[in-house]
Design a protein around this ligand. Structure first.
Ligand code: HEM
Ligand code: NAG
Ligand code: NAG
Length: 338
C-alpha cells in the first residue's frame, strides 16, 4: 500500500519533471530551432538535397520560392498548397495551376529523407520553409531563419483565401498594400522586398498580356512581339540576371522593364518608388529587408491556430493516405469507370 502510493507519487513527480524538461513550446508555438533536439540532421539533409537539385536545374529555386509564398499567404504556412486530389485542392485553383511540379516533388523527396533519419517529426510546412531559404541562399540571396514548428493542415485552403493572392494585372499599389497588410506584412517595404522574389523565375504570356497589349513603352512592345512569336514561351521576370538572386529586378523596374503590371506599379506609385530606388542602388539594403520580410511571411497567422499533423506524404493528409491504402478496390473501380 505504502509502496504502491510511493510509486504513484514517484510517477507523478516524474511526469512533472518530464513536463518541465520537455520543450516549453506547445504545438502552436513557433521557433527557429524547433527541431534542434529531435532532428539535428534536418538542416544538413535539406541543404544538401536542395544543392544537388539546383545543380541539375537552377529554375527549381524560383519554383520553391513561389510555392512558399502561395502556401503561406492564404492562411499561414501549413503546406496546404501541397495537397493533391479533390476538386477543392489548391493546386487546381487558378493562381496555383503553374506551380512547378518538380519543386513540389523535391519537398516531398526531402520529407522522405528527413523522416527516414528522424522519424515523422518534421512537417512538410517546415521542410518547405527550409528548402526555400536554402534555395534563396544558393542562388546568391541572403540567409534568414524561418519560424518552424508549423503543423501540416488537415484540409486545403478555401477558394476565397487562395483568391486573395494578388493578381499580376493589379495596377493599384494601395490594393497590394491592403492585401499584404491583411497578412501581417504591413509595411510598404514588405511588399516591395517580397516582390523582389521576381529577381528569379519565369512567367507565361497570359500573366502579363495586359501590359504587353498596352504597347505603351519599348519594353511592352518587346514583350508583345516575343509572345506573338511563341505564346508558350517563358518570360524571365528579371531580364538582367534571370537566375541570380540579386537586386537587378529593381534596376530593371527603374528602366521600365518590370514584366507584370503589379511590378511596374511599385516604381510608379510615390508610396513605393523611393524603396524601389533604394533597393536598385543598394543590394545590401534589399537583402536586409528581404530577410526580415521572409521571416514575417513564415509567421503569417494560422487560421486554424496551428492545429494539424505531421504528414506522411506532403501530397495527402494522413487520413487520405489511410483511405487510399484501405480502399484500393474502390479506387480501382472508380478509375475504371472514370
Ligand atoms: C506582389 C504580388 C505578386 C504577384 C501579383 C505575383 C504574380 C506572379 C505571377 C503571375 C507569376 C507567374 C506565374 C507563371 O507564369 O507561372 C509569378 C511568378 C513568380 N513569383 Fe510572384 N507574384 C507576387 C508576389 C510574389 C512573392 C511575394 C514572391 C516570393 C517572395 C513571388 C515569387 C515568384 C517567383 C519566384 C516566381 C517565378 C516562379 C517560377 O519560375 O516557377 N511572387 N508571380
Ligand atoms: C525576346 O526574345 C529575344 C530572342 O529570344 C530575347 O533575346 C529577348 O531578351 C526577349 N525580350 C525580352 C523582353 O525578354
Ligand atoms: C481558371 C481557374 O481555375 N480559376 C480559379 C482561380 O482561383 C479562383 C480562386 O480560387 C477561382 O475562383 C477561379 O475559378
Amino acid at each position: 500500500m505504502a509502496a504502491a502510493s510511493g510509486r504513484s507519487a514517484l510517477a507523478l513527480v516524474s511526469v512533472v519533471v518530464v513536463a518541465l524538461l520537455s520543450p516549453p513550446a506547445a504545438a502552436h508555438e513557433l521557433s527557429v530551432d524547433f527541431h534542434a533536439a529531435s532532428c539535428p540532421q534536418l538542416m544538413p539533409i535539406v541543404r544538401s538535397s536542395v544543392q544537388a537539385a539546383l545543380q541539375q536545374e537552377i529554375a527549381l529555386a524560383a519554383g520553391l520560392l513561389r510555392i512558399f509564398f502561395h502556401d503561406c499567404f492564404p492562411q499561414g504556412c501549413d503546406a496546404s498548397v501541397y495537397l493533391r486530389g479533390g476538386t477543392s485542392s489548391e493546386q487546381g485553383m487558378g493562381p496555383n495551376l503553374t506551380l512547378q511540379p518538380r519543386a513540389l516533388q523535391l519537398v516531398e523527396d526531402i520529407r522522405a529523407k528527413v523522416h527516414a533519419a528522424c522519424g515523422p517529426t518534421v512537417s512538410c510546412a517546415d521542410i518547405s520553409a527550409l528548402a526555400t531559404r536554402d534555395a534563396v541562399v544558393l542562388s546568391g540571396g541572403p540567409s534568414y531563419e524561418p519560424s518552424l514548428g508549423q503543423q501540416d493542415s488537415l484540409t486545403p485552403a478555401s477558394g476565397n483565401l487562395v483568391g486573395d493572392l494578388p493578381g499580376p494585372n493589379t495596377a493599384s499599389v494601395q490594393e497590394l498594400l491592403d492585401l499584404f497588410g491583411s497578412r501581417g506584412l504591413a509595411e510598404a517595404a514588405d511588399l516591395v522586398a517580397l516582390s523582389g522574389g521576381h529577381t528569379v523565375g519565369r512567367a507565361r504570356c497570359d500573366f502579363f498580356q495586359d501590359r504587353a497589349m498596352r504597347r505603351d513603352d519599348t519594353f511592352s512592345k518587346k514583350l508583345a512581339v516575343n509572345c506573338s512569336k511563341d505564346p508558350n514561351r517563358l518570360q524571365n521576370l528579371d531580364v538582367i540576371t534571370p537566375d541570380a538572386f540579386d537586386n537587378a529586378y529593381y534596376i530593371a523596374l527603374t528602366n521600365n522593364q518590370g514584366v507584370f503590371t503589379s511590378d511596374m506599379a511599385l516604381v510608379k506609385d510615390p508610396k513605393t518608388r523611393p524603396i524601389v530606388r533604394q533597393f536598385a542602388a543598394d543590394k545590401a539594403a534589399f537583402f536586409t529587408q528581404f530577410a526580415k520580410s521572409m521571416v514575417k511571411l513564415s509567421q503569417v497567422p494560422r487560421l486554424d491556430g496551428n492545429r494539424g499533423e505531421i504528414r506522411r506524404s506532403c501530397f495527402r493528409t494522413n487520413g487520405q493516405s489511410l483511405v487510399d491504402a484501405t480502399a484500393t478496390d474502390d479506387a480501382q473501380g472508380f478509375a475504371a469507370s472514370a
